[in-house]
Write a protein of this length. Structure first.
Length: 101
């Protein structure tokens, strides 16, 4: 078996011009058998922004990682970056926990 993180995307999204910006980190995780190439596990994980999809594992962003507008989002780049990088750790921990089930 070989684990494979097939895709990781990250950004900040808002539902509209007057709504808060949330981190949006998406990981499509897949585990395949190295001999048969059969898919043993596949799941989509979303952190932060919730587009309403029911077919994913959604993890809510922490309150300090939402920004009221684009000015607030870009005012503190260190915080903006920290929210994105911390979300990867949170997602990886969730994937590992799910694989152990």
């Amino acid at each position: 078996m070989r684990p494979c993180c097939c895709a990781l995307t990250s950004s900040y999204l808002a539902a509209g011009a007057s709504t808060d910006y949330y981190p949006s980190v998406v990981v499509d995780a897949e585990l395949t058998d190295s001999k048969s190439q059969a898919t043993l596990y596949r799941e989509a994980y979303h952190y932060g922004y919730n587009n309403g999809s029911k077919d994913v594992v959604h993890i809510k962003a922490t309150a300090d990682c939402k920004f009221k507008d684009i000015e607030a989002l870009t005012a503190n780049i260190d915080k903006t970056r920290t929210c994105l990088t911390a979300s990867v750790d949170i997602l990886v921990k969730q994937i590992v926990a799910d694989l152990k089930k």
